[in-house]
Ligand binder design. Sequence first.
Ligand code: MG
Length: 255
Amino acid sequence: MKRIFALAFWTLLTAITPLLGQTTQVIAHRGFWLTAGSAQNSLAALTKADSIHCYGSEFDVWLTADDQLVVNHDGLFKGVHIEQATAAVCTAIRLDNGESLPTLSQYFDRARRLGTRLILELKPHKNARRETQAIELITALVRQYGYEQRVEYISFSLHAVQEFIRLAPEGTPVYYLNGDLPPQILKAIGCAGPDYHYQVFKQHPEWIEESHRLGMKVNAWTVNEAGDMQWLIDRGVDFITTNHPVRLQQLLQKP
Ligand code: MG
């Protein structure tokens, strides 16, 4: 019942957002973690991003040495090399809020009772083969959970971006993070658009309009200062990824 209510609320929110003239959407970077009881990439961060109605909650995924998917940002975290360690070793790590480092399945389980979109970043791995293997497992898990319409993929690895495009259902948004390719190239690859550091757009403001002209969306990361947020909002950027989602929401609510 709770789930149905949450989904109904999200559907309503999505429906009225364009009517309010609101175009820029808020993505919580590594979840909403700058708040009590949270930590980067924790289940709490995902839940809290949802509780403040973020469009999406971003998180980072690694493939462990024994081919399990776990959620964490740093490749070397609390003394453990995530890619070289087993899932048992990785998930024994305590996050700063006391949670265990989550597996991707645990993340997806938690998402069942939430409505926020899942912005899944695959970290660049030691070689292309491992990235492909990770993406095969990720897309299979997404299928298993029925999240095909709810997940968006991002990566700094061009190989990973191309593999997500190849292996995810057609139309699944896949964004490239590395900031070095112009919109026309991203379009040719089949990307949903650039998801670049905001300084890249300050150097290439024309890339925002070019992306839109090509039918793509634009995301900027990791934007934490109100002045930078406003600069991007004024230029019609579609998504802003931030460590301060509440600050961005307050800015967007200003008339
Ligand atoms: Mg990330």
